[in-house]
Design a protein around this ligand. Structure first.
Ligand code: SAM
Length: 284
């Protein structure tokens, strides 16, 4: 009996301490929040709302969490490869991110650039429909390529004889003379300066596939034309393949290669105006 009374006394003392602790922590926390809001963060109600909105998850991020938590299909790039781009996005987002290829990674790339602009370019219109059925808010455009993988060697050997493929004259919109220029992109792509360009498409594993030659050349032209500050980050996947490797060396340049992880190369390409070869004859 004595033991039981002692137990009850001890229990009510513990409950008292717990309630007291909660009240004190609540007061401290509300004081901290209040002082944080007024002194460290922002002084006005509207900027407080903005700060909270900046950190709130976007609808597509919430959709991505549910999608990847319930899907057995994962993106093809490895964690190490994805992390290279993720590190740059963490530093630059919200930013302008152009992605060649629509795939199981699209929802992820879009979510890693919250409140930024992420546009996907896809060769296969049926695949666009399939992906958009599940993720209708992705911005995706179908692209027609004028090349085939089997032309890669010839194009590399001959492009220098076409003046409109030269770095000083090359442009993209309507540059039909240079077969490596992507001429049929939407204005939304031409009219922006892209901070990041991911090249993980089009397909380049059979002779009649478009190959990545034009995507690589066009990324180099876009990066060199940048007028804004900073560099263009270009990520190229599948560099274990010959065409990706030799076109990267010709147009994206070894000297701009900053990282290689698995089958992914990361280049930081300065605007031509700042490049050491500015005004030079060729790209690298
Ligand atoms: C190498 S894949 C890029 C895959 C992407 N990185 C991913 O993780 O899913 C490049 C191209 O393959 C095609 N592709 C990828 N997955 C596909 C699928 N499940 N069905 C049809 N085409 C697909 C698309 O044309 C895409 O642009």
């Amino acid at each position: 009996m004595k033991n039981y009374r002692h137990y009850l006394l001890q229990k009510s003392w513990l409950i008292g301490v717990a309630i007291g602790g909660l009240l004190i922590s609540g007061l401290i926390l509300s004081g901290l929040i209040h002082s944080g809001e007024t002194t460290f963060l922002c002084s006005s109600a509207s900027s407080r709302t903005r700060t909270m909105a900046e950190y709130a998850a976007t609808p597509i991020q919430l959709q991505a969490i549910v999608h990847y938590a319930t899907s057995k299909i994962v993106p093809q790039q490895s964690l190490g490869e994805i992390s290279v781009t993720f590190d740059v996005l963490k530093a630059l987002a919200p930013c302008k991110f152009l992605v060649f290829g629509l795939g199981h990674d699209s929802l992820m790339w879009n979510s890693l650039n919250p409140r930024g602009t992420t546009i996907f370019l896809e060769e296969d219109p049926k695949w666009v429909q399939t992906v958009l059925k599940h993720a209708p808010t992705l911005q995706a455009h179908t692209v027609k390529y004028r090349t085939q993988l089997q032309e890669a060697d010839r194009l590399l050997a001959t492009y220098r004889s076409e003046p409109y493929c030269s770095p000083s004259k090359a442009y993209l919109r309507g540059n039909y003379k240079c077969k490596l220029a992507l001429t049929g992109l939407p204005d939304a792509v031409y009219d922006k300066e892209w901070d990041l360009i991911m090249i993980d498409a089009p397909r380049g594993y059979f002779a009649e596939a478009p190959g990545r030659m034009a995507a690589i050349f066009s990324a180099a032209v876009m990066a060199r034309a940048r007028k804004g500050s900073g560099v263009t980050h270009v990520f190229l996947h599948d560099i274990n393949r010959k065409v990706e490797k030799v076109y990267a060396e010709e147009f994206l340049c070894r000297k701009y290669l900053v990282k290689g992880v698995g089958r992914l190369w990361h280049f930081e390409i300065p605007p031509a105006a700042n490049a050491t070869t500015a005004g030079g004859e060729w790209f690298c």
